[in-house]
Design a protein. Structure first.
Length: 329
């Protein structure tokens, strides 16, 4: 199903299906719905916000947007640029691996591999933007990105019979969280708790919540195999969201996230990335029930909504390699 035009332009994203998961419902003890963002044209929810930002830049007659970012955001930017007929250069860190590079090139993007993590690639992107006079498209820290992501919640309002008791999302740089909170506010669901899931070694949001201010992870702290979650510092807006809505931080081990990916593949026949494995692990591991027993989450819950954020940068051979790397075989 196509999304409705906004401001005269047809969005690049589609209205993703909402499906009930019997296996996750059994694990959690209440009905679990999945918002299947992995079926978006670029493979993840990122096309909502990145596409919206690219359309705005193009529509205002600014210099050709040459978005520079990595992973799923890079794929979304490359897809949007291709639809708009514009050139694009994408800078990705070496941790992204060969799969996104190949996919980016297939979309017609010029790809530069730079640095180890997203923050390194972003610094290089800013240098290129300044030197070449390009418009930089930030992957998560921009109001138009959040506005685009908010469409996800507006779709939920149309799809669900009642608002969920909680929404579970992955947090990397915080763009999805900011968009979900914006959407909740737009539809009058601001009382719905949001469970923000990360992996240890990519837990900058958790550290920021604990400190009450933005915290930058050191190079030594960045260890997670969930590379799409790795941002040394989250967007300031993500921290503000925790002051406006009930946001509960949950951090899982890499092995839990990868195990959840494998279990989800068996249960739902859907392969997602370790980044999506983080919120899945929260549901499979009993952490949600623990939040209820601690009084931090209502019991019983009407339902739980999981954002299945994407699976562009994973394949079965990589899943096997991750299990071997983590000593799970």
């Amino acid at each position: 199903m196509a999304a409705q035009p906004v401001g005269g332009q047809k969005p690049f994203h589609v209205v993703s299906p909402v499906l009930e998961s019997l296996s996750l419902s059994k694990a959690v003890g209440t009905k679990v719905f999945m918002k299947m963002e992995n079926v978006q044209p670029s493979g993840s929810f990122k096309i909502r916000g990145i596409g919206h930002l690219c359309q705005d830049v193009s529509g205002r007659g600014l210099p050709d947007p040459s978005p520079r970012t990595g992973g799923n955001a890079g794929l979304a930017a490359a897809y949007a640029a291709r639809q708009l007929g514009l050139p694009i250069t994408v800078v990705v860190p070496s941790s992204s691996g060969p799969t996104p590079v190949r996919k980016l090139e297939e979309l017609g993007a010029t790809v530069e591999v730079y640095g180890k993590v997203w923050d390194d690639a972003n610094r290089r992107a800013q240098e290129l933007a300044k030197a070449e006079g390009w418009v930089s498209i930030h992957p998560f820290d921009h109001p138009l990105v959040w506005e685009g992501h908010a469409s996800l919640v507006r779709e939920l309002k149309d799809s669900l019979e009642a608002k969920p008791g909680a929404i579970v999302v992955a947090v990397g740089g915080g763009g999805l969280l900011a968009g979900v909170v914006a959407g909740l506010q737009q539809v009058g669901w601001q009382d719905v708790p949001v469970i923000a899931a990360e992996t240890w070694g990519a837990h900058s949001f958790h550290e920021a919540l604990k400190a009450g201010r933005l915290v930058t992870l050191s190079d030594a702290d960045v260890t997670s195999v969930a590379t799409c979650l790795v941002a040394k510092t989250v967007a300031a807006r993500a921290l503000e969201c925790a002051q406006e809505c009930q946001v509960l931080s949950q951090v899982v081990e890499d092995a839990e996230a990868v195990r959840a990916v494998e279990q989800f593949l068996d249960d739902e026949r859907v392969l997602v990335e370790p980044a999506c494995g983080a919120p899945l692990a929260v549901l499979y591991s009993g952490r949600l029930q623990r939040l209820q027993s601690e009084g931090r989450l209502r019991s019983p819950l009407r339902s739980v909504l999981l954002v299945v954020c994407g699976g562009s940068n994973i394949h079965t051979a990589q899943l096997r390699a991750l299990k071997s790397q983590l000593g799970m075989e």
